[in-house]
Design a binder for this molecule. Sequence first.
Ligand SMILES: N[C@@H](CCC(=O)N[C@@H](CSC=O)C(=O)NCC(=O)O)C(=O)O
Length: 281
Amino acid sequence: MTFEIISEAGSFGGIQGYYKHRSAVLGCDMRFSVYQPPAAQHHDVPILWYLSGLTCTEDNATVKAGFQRMASELGLMVVCPDTSPRGDDVPNDDAYDMGQGAGFYLDATSIPWKKNFRMYSYIRDELPALVSSMFAADETRQSITGHSMGGHGALTLFLKNRNKFKSVSAFAPIVSPTSCPWGQKALSKYLGAGNKDEWVDYDACALLERDGAANVNILIDQGLADPFLQDQLMPELFEDVCAKVGQDVTLRRQEGYDHSYFFIASFIEDHLRHHHKALTT
Ligand SMILES: N[C@@H](CCC(=O)N[C@@H](CSC=O)C(=O)NCC(=O)O)C(=O)O
């Protein structure tokens, strides 16, 4: 496995780096960022995956979430992947919520998307293998978080890979893509409008209902001033399914916070502590 260093900079005693590699799964060059805490100079450290939302790249959370200070203190490696395959040879769409920048963390089955749009397999298999081979990362201790579309990615990847990830959290996640306009558009194009049986495989509420509760506490923060709250995010749907199946969830409704990285930066410390606890006990 080969990769290229784009840049590396000291941060809170560790290293904040940007990297590039050729993805066999996605069929294009991909960029990602990795924060290596100081502890990684001495031993393998646990990994926290951060999945970003619509329109984002690996850069948004890296520069705006403010996770480096606490990741340094707790000894967590934080990896931020891009949100979709990219490039001139990769299909795209003029809309911000489809195509490049909007991979929805699924494996597409429809033409023209299915050749490249395989973010589920990329995040679950290819990128972890690369990161473990490149850095002092403990592959046996991984957790996952994300924002909005990335919160959907974190919840669904966790629920389908309960032995791979020790914990999950999310900021303003899309909890039920089958029930909201962003998700319905993406699922109908990536998986096919007539293939609704496949849609449930990428819907956190449906997965929880189908597979039952996971043996962890799920932490979710949701801003009450979020413009997407009522039409796209609908955390009450997740809360209802959690109650139905007995899933332990901490859903915090935060007064005065919107959908931006100001919201994420305000609560990122709590999420890092949530994952650190699960990764070290
Ligand atoms: N129309 C807007 C919508 C894009 C947006 O709000 N993106 C969010 C994620 S939304 C759900 O996945 C985001 O994280 N934006 C990047 C940022 O740095 O804030 C638009 O096109 O901007």
